[in-house]
Design a protein around this ligand. Structure first.
Ligand code: PBG
Length: 324
């Protein structure tokens, strides 16, 4: 008995495979996360993320111009301030490094490339938490919302097209939306980190932003064991006015990404985080995997799972190898 159903027929030539390919990765699907540091006179390599640097203001501009030329979907800025304090005051200061970076990037790219800002305090606080602390040392949800509101307005003032609250505080999307509207920034969009897990895959990022954190974020970021909770978080963010939602990290959470994509009526992003970048980079350096193929396969998988948008540190590099 020969099999009558022969799926291999459609794999016989590159042109046939191209015809039936379900998922594509284009430059417009990719967003480049970048770090801009205060007081550097040369870009500073991040050892656990080969090829990624803390930018100076000048090299940041250049990276933004390259991202625009590569046709990327966007650029996401993180700030690395020289000084930290208890309330993360550098985050709301118009002259703080992130807001300065946003202003200069916006000047460089105009409306050709969506400019996005990480709206979170962990890079700016001396304790490294994503919010301000109550006297008992816990992260004070509602006091943090007030700082996020001010921070988001400062970022929109600086020219951000999109603000991206990543601190997992309850009510952050709604609070930021009302603050933006009250300040006249009704067109500034919110990309909500809706399902953000307390993940070991953020390890290299902590070096990237000189994080001051000693404990962990498990009282606000989600338990990796929980999928249903991601749907609850997403539903709340949508009700509060999220324009886009995000799942983070990507690779260990593709099931969550699929469920969020099915639930969401707005575009869905996924963040291929620092640890995912580091793992592929390290294995490729040892010659254990084919670097370029692995990068594309990992991002194709994230797209196939349901991401409209993928944040990846390979965005610009990969875009130059893709069809527009
Ligand atoms: C918090 C934030 C983190 C990342 C992005 N935003 C770190 C954390 O929550 O500990 C991680 C990104 C990455 O690992 O690539 N502002």
């Amino acid at each position: 008995m020969y099999p009558t159903d022969r799926p291999r027929r459609l794999r016989t030539t590159p042109a046939l495979r191209r015809l039936v390919s379900e998922t594509d990765v284009r430059p417009r699907h990719l967003v480049l996360p970048v770090f801009v540091a205060e007081g550097l006179d040369a870009p500073k390599p991040i050892s656990s993320m080969p090829g990624v640097v803390q930018h100076t203001r000048e090299t940041l501009r250049k990276a933004a111009a390259e991202a625009a030329a590569a046709g990327l979907g966007g650029i996401m800025l993180f700030g690395v301030p020289a000084r930290h304090d208890a309330t993360g005051s550098g985050a709301v200061d118009p002259d703080g490094i992130l807001n300065v970076g946003l202003r200069e990037v916006r000047e460089e790219v105009g409306d050709a490339l969506p400019v996005m800002a990480d709206t979170c305090l962990d890079e700016f606080t001396d304790h490294g938490h994503c919010g301000v602390l109550a006297p008992d040392g816990t992260v004070d949800n509602d006091a943090t919302l007030e700082v996020y509101a001010e921070m988001a307005v400062a970022q929109a003032d600086a020219g951000a097209h999109v603000v991206a609250p990543s601190g997992m505080m309850d009510g952050q999307v709604g609070r930021i939306r009302s603050a933006l509207d009250a300040a006249g920034h009704t067109d500034t969009a919110i990309l909500a980190y809706s399902a953000k897990y307390a993940s070991a895959f953020y390890g290299p990022f902590r070096e990237a932003v000189d994080s001051q954190l000693t404990g962990d974020r498990r009282t606000y970021q989600q338990d990796p064991a929980n999928a249903r909770e991601a749907l609850r978080e997403t539903t709340l963010d949508l009700a509060e006015g999220a324009d886009m939602v995000m799942v983070k990290p990507a690779m260990a959470y593709l099931d969550v990404l699929r469920s969020v994509a099915e639930l969401s009526d707005v575009p869905v992003a996924a963040y291929q985080v620092s640890g995912e970048y580091a793992m592929i980079s390290a294995a490729a350096e040892r010659g254990w995997i084919d670097r370029d193929r692995t990068i594309l396969e990992s991002i194709t998988g994230i797209r196939r799972a349901g991401a409209d948008i993928v944040l990846t540190y390979w965005a610009t590099e990969l875009a130059t190898r893709l069809d527009r």
